[in-house]
Write a protein that binds this ligand. Structure first.
Ligand code: IPE
Ligand code: IPE
Ligand code: MG
Length: 250
């Protein structure tokens, strides 16, 4: 089949747009409280605005050709916040899970959740299962939401699973390697993040994907999560394309 140079050109520029080997973006969505505080609003207003931005950024990432977008929405440590704030966050999560996902469906987006589900209320877990099932056949971007997630806990449960396989005689200790360890993590069958973004000016990882970000390119922006935009995401993707990833080689 004849392919015109123009068509080829478009394909090449699309490839450049998403950078070399950009499959997975992970974001620590931080700064909701400060966003509200700056406006003399309750912290809950920041969380509400932050939840709205999630769908917008998911759509933008999908349009950029990103294959996986993992968003840190609630950490295992966030359970230690005051009860009314935890209740607000769980209320917003409930609302989000029951909201209109037709746009995401239309865009062929698949949803999955990672984290300690046993800590969540039964109705929330049920809604998560339902949404994962309903979108399982979608073949577009995977939107992965980290809720009640903590990387150290994830790594410990992976070690326990491997230990139990060894104990049962299904795996020999000497066969434990990076591949089968990764396969015990919540993120099994997902590529490692290429980009990790943290909003709000904090430059720490706060127990997010510690194993998976071994070679991620890190981006810290002062923008508070409720102000994060598709334009800023594009800008970060452009910066990523000009970074050289050496993986220890010269
Ligand atoms: C991020 O915003 C949302 C969650 C951690 C649930 P914060 O609530 O941490 O906002 P700041 O950091 O206090 O501004
Ligand atoms: C990290 O933000 C967790 C999420 C964004 C869900 P935090 O605001 O909880 O992190 P710390 O406490 O500043 O490290
Ligand atoms: Mg914070």
């Amino acid at each position: 089949m004849f392919v015109s140079p123009q068509v080829l050109g478009t394909e090449i520029s699309l490839l450049c747009m998403t950078g070399d080997n950009l499959e997975h973006i992970a974001i620590i969505m931080d700064g909701n409280g400060r966003w509200a505080q700056k406006r003399k609003l309750p912290r809950s207003a920041g969380h509400k605005k932050g939840a709205e931005v999630v769908k917008e950024i998911a759509k933008a990432a999908h349009e950029k050709g990103v294959k996986y977008l993992t968003l840190y929405a609630f950490s295992t440590e966030n359970w230690n916040r005051p009860k009314d704030e935890v209740d607000t966050l769980m209320g917003l999560l409930r609302q989000y899970l029951k909201s209109d996902f037709s746009e995401l469906h239309k865009n062929n987006i698949r949803i999955r959740f990672i984290g300690e589900r046993e800590c969540l209320d039964a109705d929330i877990v049920q809604s998560m299962h339902r949404l994962e099932k309903e979108t399982a056949q979608n073949t577009g971007m995977c939107l992965c939401l980290a809720i009640s997630y903590g990387a150290r806990g994830e790594i410990v449960q992976a070690a326990k699973k491997l230990a139990s396989l060894v104990k049962k005689g299904d795996l020999s200790e000497t066969d434990i390697d990076i591949q089968n360890f990764s396969a015990m993590l919540y993120t099994k069958d997902m590529p490692d993040p290429d980009i990790l973004i943290r909003t709000s000016g904090e430059e720490r990882l706060s127990n997010f994907l510690l194993w998976q970000i071994a070679y991620a390119e890190l981006f810290f922006t002062k923008t508070l999560w409720p102000d994060f935009s598709a334009d800023e995401l594009s800008d970060i993707i452009n910066q990523f394309s000009s970074r050289e990833r050496r993986y220890g080689k010269v």
